[in-house]
Write a protein that binds this ligand. Structure first.
Ligand code: F6P
Length: 321
């Protein structure tokens, strides 16, 4: 028999669209007579029992804001058995029947531990600009991040063209080349450097030399932060080719700001669906939209490395530039 949920708690990481997802969770739950508690600062707040009641009104006016109204943190203590037991005690003491965890790999891995080791009913909602949740086509926040980076690159291109310069633009992604590859395609960038492809820059340098001999004088090279520092790449290019380079590091502007319509709609659908599946008694899954259909994927699977075809993506970039 399915256990009735009276009270659920929500934890969030930060990226654009997370507030929209939180709003959808709170209002869907409210429409079903379920009380919602927000957990302040993610797993750190779960360990401390730092909860706040969230009504319909508490989530009004947040839909178009980036970040998370609940604030967030990285929490080493939750990685320990002791931290997890403290979190479990808080869940029980506050009579929380189920959890919704909105975030990326680390958040979902924590949710999986709570479900499998401690029997907590948990549903995850994928939200990360890295878009690296396995089996999930689009995570909340990724579309906004790519659009922010694309707008920046469009502006940089004006100077790159006018002054006939080489620009190396560093985007986020410590382990993921998602933003870099997508913005290279969307922004018509000539070269792409990502953590998933670890060569010695010789192809990049040869391409620039060969292009320059043909009379090409301006480039935009996108590098994901986890592959190399933009300054190092620029220096290598200048030393090898004698050409002038400039650097732009986009940083956290990609993670914040007003979410795109795509991210808001995705957040609304996934937030609503997460509560629906919890009510049906489902646990240890991540909700997702796949080819337009809402569904779930086991957390165990979602936290595995994502299989993204960067080779095909890089080949397309080469053909189009
Ligand atoms: O996982 C999302 C992400 O923004 C990565 O792209 C980036 O490498 C990392 O987080 C940065 O984390 P922090 O803001 O904690 O330094």
């Amino acid at each position: 028999m399915v256990r009735k949920i009276k009270r659920l708690a929500v934890l969030t990481r930060d990226c654009s669209g997370v507030n929209a997802a939180l709003r959808a969770v709170v209002r869907t739950a409210d429409s079903m007579g379920i009380e919602v508690w927000g957990v302040i600062r993610h797993y750190a707040g779960l360990i401390k029992g730092d909860f706040c009641h969230l009504s319909r009104i508490d989530v009004s006016g947040i839909l178009n804001n980036g970040g998370t109204i609940l604030r967030t943190s990285r929490c080493k203590e939750f990685m320990t058995e002791e931290g997890q037991r403290k979190a479990l005690a808080q869940i029980q003491n506050h009579n929380i029947d189920a959890l919704v965890v909105i975030g990326g790999n680390g958040s979902l891995a924590g949710a999986h531990v709570l479900a499998t080791k401690y029997g907590v009913q948990v549903v995850g909602i994928p939200a990360t600009i890295d878009n690296d949740i396995n089996g999930v086509e689009m995570s909340i926040g990724a579309d906004t991040a790519v659009n922010v980076a694309m707008e920046a690159i469009d502006k940089i291109r004006d100077t790159a063209f006018s002054l006939e310069r080489i620009f190396v633009v560093e985007v986020m992604g410590r382990k993921s080349g998602y933003i870099a590859s997508q913005v290279a395609l969307a922004g018509g960038c000539e070269e792409l450097l990502i953590p998933e492809v670890n060569d010695d820059f010789s192809t990049l340098l040869a391409n620039i030399k060969e292009g320059n001999q043909r009379g090409k004088v301006s480039w935009i090279i996108v590098v994901a932060e986890g592959r190399a520092k933009a300054h190092d790449v620029a220096q290598k290019i200048s030393e090898a080719t004698g050409l002038e380079t400039r650097v732009a590091v986009l940083g956290h502007i990609q993670r914040g700001g007003r979410p795109t319509a795509f991210d808001r709609i995705l957040a609304a659908r996934l937030g609503n669906y997460a509560v629906q599946v919890l009510v049906e008694g489902v646990t240890d899954v991540c909700v997702r939209l796949k080819t337009g259909e809402l569904g779930v994927i086991p957390l165990e699977e979602a936290i595995q490395p994502k299989d993204f075809d960067f080779v095909t993506e890089a080949a397309l970039i080469k053909i189009l530039t």
